[in-house]
Design a protein around this ligand. Structure first.
Ligand SMILES: CCCCC/C=C\C/C=C\CCC/C=C/C(=O)SCCNC(=O)CCNC(=O)[C@H](O)C(C)(C)COP(=O)(O)OP(=O)(O)OC[C@H]1O[C@@H](n2cnc3c(N)ncnc32)[C@H](O)[C@@H]1OP(=O)(O)O
Length: 292
């Protein structure tokens, strides 16, 4: 159902599914997935690397989200792949999170479609049967951080500019309950309460200390470290690891699934408020001014 909706979005966006379908296949050679998602499959190892390529900052536009969702679904259904590394094709920025322009100046139907896609990506990531490792090679605020928190393991490049965290309150918006739950499941209740209220963005050493990431390594070792972590995890029998993951995470995803439509309505009415639209516009303006 969700995949059908996602395909509809892609077709409206003019993305050729023929190319998409070929992209996440099992060949061992380097191939490019789509416009915005590159997949480097290593069939022999059972691992694929997904590289975000949505310039300038890998923000989660509806099209990018849709391509990611379809790509993950294809890998999930292809039993060749048991592990996936998520990383950015543009070192310096892992992902700037949700695309601010998708949440600003649009109509309620658009907000609803957008939020459903955000939910879908999280659901796909959080209870994936595959081992997911985030190789965080750049800044990763808000939705970018959520993607990495949804993985099984996070490796962050040791660069003080690469901050991670759920900074929604700094934008005058509120992380929804399932962002909160993902964070609480990772770093605990007290640390989450502080991080969420203050919209904290953690530089690498602090991120490691609070548990937002599992390892901090020199920038040129992020991918190789992710690879060696995934190799260790691959040694565990899949059925036992998958059932354990499901036991740990399913209650969290079920909580969203049972109130998915209400969550969409909440988002639409929240984001449509004049005060919230103003806050977002001011934030976009601030990002622009930072340059000049
Ligand atoms: C009880 C009631 C509860 C109700 C709750 C109900 C529902 C919940 C409601 C809402 C929840 C929403 C959850 C939102 C999650 C998010 O992810 S919001 C996005 C947060 N992201 C950020 O804050 C990141 C902002 N960007 C940056 O900090 C920086 O851009 C950077 C990523 C660190 C990169 O810096 P730099 O390399 O210097 O690049 P620039 O800043 O110059 O940016 C280049 C251009 O990219 C544009 N841009 C940056 N981020 C975004 C973005 N997220 N979306 C869209 N566009 C972005 C930036 O404006 C520049 O554009 P121009 O070149 O000026 O055109």
């Amino acid at each position: 159902m969700a995949l059908v909706a996602a395909r509809g979005t892609l077709l409206r966006a003019g993305v050729r599914l023929g190319t998409e379908a070929a992209a996440c296949g099992r060949n061992g050679t380097r191939r490019s997935a789509s416009h915005r998602v590159l997949v480097e499959p290593d069939a022999a190892a059972g691992i694929a690397t997904i590289k975000f390529k949505n310039p300038p900052v890998n923000s989660l536009t509806l099209e990018f989200l849709t391509e990611l969702i379809i790509c993950l679904e294809k890998l999930e259904n292809d039993k060749t792949f048991r592990g996936v590394i998520l990383t950015s094709n543009s070192p310096g920025i892992f992902s700037a999170g949700l695309d601010l322009r998708e949440m600003c100046g649009k109509n309620p139907a658009h907000y609803a479609e957008y939020w459903r896609a955000v939910q879908e990506l999280w659901l796909k990531l959080y209870v994936s049967n595959m081992i997911l490792v985030a190789a965080i090679n750049g800044a990763s605020p808000a939705g970018g951080c959520l993607m990495s928190l949804s993985c099984d393991y996070r490796v962050l490049a040791d660069n003080p500019r690469y901050k991670v965290g759920l900074n929604e309150t700094l934008l005058g918006i509120v992380a929804p309950f399932w962002f909160r739950d993902t964070l609480v499941n990772t770093i605990g209740h007290r640390a989450s309460e502080r991080a969420l209220q203050l919209g904290l963005l953690f530089p690498p050493a602090e991120a490691l200390q609070v548990g937002m990431v599992d390892q901090v390594v020199p920038e040129d070792q992020v991918h190789s470290t992710a690879l060696s972590v995934i190799t260790q995890w691959l040694a565990i029998p899949d059925h036992a690891r998958q059932l354990t993951k499901s036991m740990m995470r399913k209650a969290t995803t079920d909580n969203l699934i049972k109130q998915r439509e209400a969550d969409i309505q909440n988002f639409v009415s929240f984001i449509s408020r004049d005060s919230i639209q103003k806050s977002l516009q001011m934030y976009i303006e601030k990002l622009k001014q930072k340059k000049s």
